[in-house]
Write a protein that binds this ligand. Structure first.
Ligand code: COA
Length: 321
């Protein structure tokens, strides 16, 4: 039997400061009602002065290691999905290695915007299947509050900060559990629908997130629906086999659109967007952490994850817990 990657540890970190819709409405022309109706968001966590992709990612990683009953010495690789690293280099992953006291193994960052966690999971799985690593920390950590134009009501109400982590562990023991398959896509011709205008390599630009919300919405429902179909078809499974949908948390209406396509009742969809808003690559591992710890996701459950983000990038992952 081929080696499989088991999801054995889960952790999350959210900054202390909570910003409600009403607080935004006090300084912008928007309202709690508009934001809730269009997105499902009621609040978001916003990084404090000392919270960074590294510090938040390390905090989530410690919790995931603790859950897995592993120590940093057991980890062979750290992969961090982030669009908001502290520095161009060293990679956030390498900084996190240092925070965890790791001198062994390797680490790198991966940029796929809001699909970053699915990309990182897929990459980690490939290293494990190839026998190049046994235990990998897969982290999504984002501080979008630092790339948002807080005067743009069309985007600033949508995002929040946070980090989530999963420990993937290789197993050669025959069984049903583990990551079954991942499916990745990108289409750069749609790159101008959602992007950050500048970075350390283009300092002549603003460095702020820009978005055509309507077109992103349209792409999201269509591409995510085909992506979940692709994942189930690849494994010879059906909509009715899915116990939990753990989607990227961008907008409740996008999530409901995909759940409807799967004919999944709302009770089988893990939702955090109401409290976290869109934490980009951190949203899926944060949602997994919550649903595993509160006992919703149980051993044997088939869990379907999906995400779409700037790039455009999109993809899905199927796992048996
Ligand atoms: N508060 C109040 N009004 C707002 C607003 C806000 N925060 N943001 C935009 N508006 C206004 C617009 O200016 C526009 O006004 P106008 O008709 O006078 O021009 C009106 O609301 C409708 O704007 P529109 O952009 O068409 O709204 P929408 O129904 O498409 O909803 C989004 C906007 C952003 C909520 C929606 O397009 C969306 O969720 N898109 C996907 C975004 C996403 O998930 N991105 C991340 C993917 S990873």
């Amino acid at each position: 039997m081929a080696r499989r990657s088991l999801l054995v540890g889960f952790g999350g970190f959210l900054p202390d400061r909570v910003v409600s819709n009403d607080e935004l409405a006090a300084r912008l022309e928007t309202s709690d009602d508009w934001i809730k109706t269009r997105t499902g968001i009621t609040q978001r966590h916003i990084a404090g002065e000392h919270d960074t992709a590294t510090s938040m990612g390390a905090a989530a990683a410690r919790k995931a290691l603790d859950y897995a009953g592993l120590s940093a010495d057991d980890i062979d690789a750290v992969i961090v999905a982030t669009s908001t690293p502290d520095q161009a280099f060293p990679a956030t992953a390498v900084r996190i290695q240092a925070e965890l006291g790791m001198k062994q193994g390797f680490g790198f960052d991966l940029a796929a915007a809001c699909s970053g966690f699915i990309y990182a999971l897929s990459t980690a799985d490939a290293f494990i299947r190839a026998g190049q690593a046994r235990n990998i920390l897969v982290i999504g950590s984002e501080v979008y509050s630092r790339i948002i134009d807080w005067s743009d009501r069309g985007t600033c109400v949508l995002f929040g900060d946070g980090a989530g982590a999963v420990v993937l562990s290789g197993s050669d023991t025959p069984g049903e559990q583990g990551l079954l398959s991942t499916h990745l896509h990108s289409d750069g011709t749609a790159g101008d629908l959602l992007y950050v205008d500048g970075a350390v390599g283009r300092r002549d630009k603003s460095g702020y997130l820009k978005m055509n919300g309507r077109d992103v919405f349209r792409h999201a429902v269509a591409k995510l629906s085909s992506s979940v179909d692709e994942a189930l078809k690849a494994e010879g499974l059906d909509y009715s086999d899915v116990a939990w949908l753990v989607p990227h948390q961008a907008n409740i209406r996008i999530i409901e659109g995909v759940a409807k396509k799967l004919a999944l009742p709302a009770e089988q969809v893990v939702i955090t967007v109401d409290r976290h808003a869109n934490t980009s690559a951190a949203s899926i591992p944060l949602a997994l952490d919550e649903a595993v710890r509160d006992g919703r996701i149980k051993k044997g459950d088939l869990v379907l994850m999906e995400a779409l983000g700037g790039g455009l990038t999109w993809g899905s992952a199927l796992a048996r817990f």
